[in-house]
Design a protein around this ligand. Structure first.
Ligand code: NAP
Length: 304
């Protein structure tokens, strides 16, 4: 599917500042320009602003000029350390503005910057981008936000320039980063499973390209499982409507044995088997796979 640019909806577009013009920051700024927002930009390496200036963005002479140019200030740089190096000297420039930090980090980083911004008289929204730069400004540009709802509601239509329908998660500014972590865990576990499967099939000269459509079909099927397992996790009851953990555990042993006999790394299947063994030892052998949640909760919850 070809992504379509987001329609401009604002009759009186809010001015926006974008600080940080790496691959993602350039895409963010371009989307605001395309959305008709007066867009001020700043980057440590000024040359990265050239194409945006040609499209109508204004390059600020300093970070202070950039911040004071707009009521809505977006920051998207490498990491939390870079955010702090940029923002700390500008504390007094933020009063009355909304700071939206789209830099990746942990929920603790987000909450700490939120507290810093509040002390400066600013309002803080944290955001995470679940998209690559070419998707920004299109319907595929998914961005999740958390922080004060009044600020989100006030700027929702502007933030929609970045893509999709800007999604609001709640008042706690750490929520967006926490969702990012949850999505990363999902992504890497799915990818690792695909790579391990491709390695197994490769041992029999089956190309990864032949595995991909089968893998995609199974991933599609699994989305239904997630919905019903989510209900079980929230209810704390795990009826084995589909398959018991004991049945899964037996198949895990096959996967580990197959991997080992083919000379494929068996660390991943053996780790999963260990988790299942602990869940079975805790009395969940007759429950559904969702009962494994206790093994992931770690020390903050009882491993029930
Ligand atoms: P990038 O291309 O490497 O750009 C990094 C940006 O940070 C540049 O503008 C760089 O300035 C700036 N920067 C780094 N350290 C700095 C400092 N100490 N002071 C001032 N500026 C500093 O990275 P990116 O892809 O744009 O990613 C930016 C953020 O978006 C990251 O947190 C990333 O995790 C997140 N994100 C990216 C993607 C993606 O697909 N790219 C997707 C989701 C989220 P210079 O140009 O001067 O080096």
């Amino acid at each position: 599917m070809t992504a379509q640019p987001m329609p401009t909806t604002d009759a009186d577009p809010t001015p926006v500042t974008v600080i940080g013009l790496g691959l993602m920051g350039q895409a963010l700024a371009a989307a605001f320009v395309a959305g008709g927002h007066p867009t001020t930009i700043w980057n440590r390496t000024a040359a990265k602003a050239e194409q945006l200036v040609a499209r109508g963005a204004v390059l600020a002479a300093s970070t202070r000029d950039a911040v004071t140019a707009s009521p809505l200030v977006i920051v998207c740089v490498t990491d939390d350390l870079a955010v702090r190096q940029l923002l700390d000297p500008l504390a007094d420039a933020f009063a009355g503005r909304v700071l939206v930090n789209l830099t990746s980090g942990t929920s603790a980083h987000a909450r700490a910057i939120g507290e810093w911004a509040t002390r400066q008289g600013a309002t803080y929204l944290d955001g995470v981008i679940l998209a690559i730069p070419p998707a920004i400004g299109t319907a595929d540009g998914v961005v999740l936000y958390s922080g004060p709802q009044t600020a989100f509601d006030a700027h929702r239509s502007t933030l929609r320039s970045l893509g999709a329908d800007a999604t609001y998660l709640g008042e706690d500014p750490g929520l967006s980063s926490l969702h990012d972590m949850a999505v990363l865990s999902l992504m890497w576990n799915v990818l690792n499973g695909f790579l391990h499967g491709a390695a197994l099939l490769g041992a029999a000269q089956v190309d990864a390209a032949a595995f991909a459509p089968i893998a995609n079909q199974i991933i599609g099927t699994m989305t239904d499982w997630l919905t019903s397992y989510a209900d079980q996790i929230d209810a704390g009851r795990y009826p084995a409507d589909d398959s018991t953990l004991d049945t899964h555990r037996a198949a895990m042993a096959h996967l580990a044995e197959e991997s080992e006999s083919l000379g494929i790394d068996d660390e991943l299947p053996r780790f999963v088997m260990e988790l299942a063994d602990r869940a079975v030892a805790a009395g969940h052998g007759g429950d559904s796979y969702a009962a494994m949640i206790g093994q992931f909760r770690g020390s903050t919850h009882a491993r029930l």
